[in-house]
Design a protein around this ligand. Structure first.
Ligand SMILES: Nc1ncnc2c1ncn2[C@@H]1O[C@H](COP(=O)(O)OP(=O)(O)OP(=O)(O)O)[C@@H](O)[C@H]1O
Ligand SMILES: O=C(CO)[C@H](O)[C@H](O)COP(=O)(O)O
Length: 404
């Protein structure tokens, strides 16, 4: 993709500016800034004796969660906000984990497994163990994409358990890195413009695993239990701690509306939003900064047992200030969600009812009748807003010209 790039420089533009490779093409410029299209391959431009580094326009989003915790579903909701379908790279490996749409490219961090399935078995490590992953390559490639440079990314093949030949990834407008460890390595973490952690409680994770792996993949109840237990120590050591770094956490818990519920069908979902994140302002209910408990069921919202309860207010999370919006229960009729939407603010919609429209459009996705779908949709809209703000701000920030 050719990324448009504007570079503001203090360099005197009396001497002409050239793309240093592959051909010496003169760049257009006026007064103190240059405007040009980058090939997506080269980020250094030469002006007299100075080299100007073009910071790519790629916005990088990190999405962390354990396997089977709804990352793919979230990605489908996010892509849907931008319109257009997400597809695997054309003509590439049919087992590629990458999804590309007009605006977004989603890469799966499983592709940075340094050990294949046999290698992990031989060394006695799980895929969650950092020793089974190449964080140096992950950092170099995410950085390159952020800087506007295409990369040859490896592919981990989930069908064969092998590392396949790499695929070409060009810098997109929005790069989403999803998987087990987007916030584990400090260098990678610092490249993220926004990060999300899907925190699914053990009870709910178990219910979802049973539903998918038993019903859809023919696994036995015993094997699902064994697999969850085997992953737990590494999950606790390497995956779960990443939530302290997330800008938004979607926490999924069993309902509190039914005493001692053990069915795991009705969910209590908490959207934990960090305060002070650039280009992100937390969503609020009714009145910003207050503490509110709201049961919307009645004339405008039909609710069957056990009903719906919203809560909103400030809190602290891992020592930092957050705002928490919570929904316990589920919707009977999605079209009535407009009533709830009209009481929420800072949801970054472009028109009245956009959240409801998105939820109706994706009504067949898992979680569309509860807080998981609602909060994933809202975060999708917030990411669109964050992206637009970052792009707008780039035109205003001077980029230093460095001496060659
Ligand atoms: N919000 C939800 N409500 C109910 N079930 C859900 C929800 N999200 C996901 N699930 C269940 O979990 C399964 C896995 O979801 P999804 O494929 O989105 O997760 P994933 O994290 O991408 O998984 P993996 O990493 O294993 O590919 C779904 O098939 C569905 O059964
Ligand atoms: O935790 C996982 C991330 O999705 C997978 O278990 C890991 O990638 C290994 O994959 P596979 O089980 O296909 O060998």
């Amino acid at each position: 993709m050719a990324a448009a790039c504007t570079v503001y420089t203090t360099h005197s533009l009396n001497s002409p500016c050239y793309v240093s490779t592959p051909t010496k093409t003169q760049l257009g410029f006026s007064q103190n800034h240059l405007v040009f299209n980058s090939s997506g391959k080269k980020t250094n431009w030469r002006c007299g004796s100075s080299v100007i580094t073009c910071l790519g326009d790629t916005v990088v989003i990190g999405l962390a969660a354990d396997s089977g915790c709804g990352k793919s579903t979230f990605m489908r909701r996010l892509t849907s906000v931008f319109g257009g379908a997400a597809e695997s790279p054309k003509g590439g490996n049919p087992d590629s984990n990458t999804l590309i749409s007009d605006t977004t490219t989603v890469i799966c961090l499983d592709d940075y497994h340094s050990l294949d399935r046999t290698g992990r078995k031989e060394k006695g490590v799980t895929a969650l163990d950092p020793r089974a992953n190449d964080f140096n390559l992950m950092y170099e490639q995410v950085k390159a994409l952020k800087d506007g440079i295409a990369v040859e990314k490896p592919i981990y093949n989930h069908v064969t358990g092998l590392l396949d030949p790499p695929e070409l990834i060009k810098p997109p407008k929005i790069l989403v890195i999803e998987g087990l460890h987007p916030m584990f390595d400090e260098r990678v973490r610092k490249l993220l413009d926004f990060s999300i952690y899907l925190d699914i409680s053990n009870e709910v994770k178990f219910a979802w695993k049973i539903q998918r792996d038993m019903a859809e993949r023919g696994h036995s109840l015993e094997s699902i239990k064994t697999s969850i237990e085997a992953r737990k120590p590494d999950f606790d050591a390497y995956i779960d701690p990443q939530k302290q770094y997330a800008d938004a956490v979607i926490e999924v818990l069993p309902t509190q509306l039914i005493p001692d519920d053990n069915e795991g069908k009705i969910l209590r979902v908490r959207l934990i939003m960090r305060e002070g994140v650039q280009f992100f302002s937390p969503v609020y209910l009714f009145d910003e900064g207050s503490t509110i408990s709201w049961i919307p069921c009645g004339r405008k919202l039909n609710c069957s047992y056990p009903g719906i309860k919203f809560s909103y207010g400030p809190d602290t999370y891992y020592g930092h200030e957050v705002t928490v919006l919570e929904m316990d229960g589920q919707f009977d009729r999605l079209d009535e969600l407009i009533y709830v939407e009209s009481h929420l603010s800072n949801i970054s919609t472009r028109f009245y009812g956009e959240v409801t429209q998105q939820m109706l459009k994706n009504a067949d996705f898992p979680g569309s009748n509860n807080g998981t779908g609602l909060f994933q949709t809202i975060i999708g809209l917030k990411i669109r807003d964050l992206f637009e703000q970052i792009v707008a701000s780039k035109g205003k920030i001077p980029v230093e010209a460095t001496k060659a």
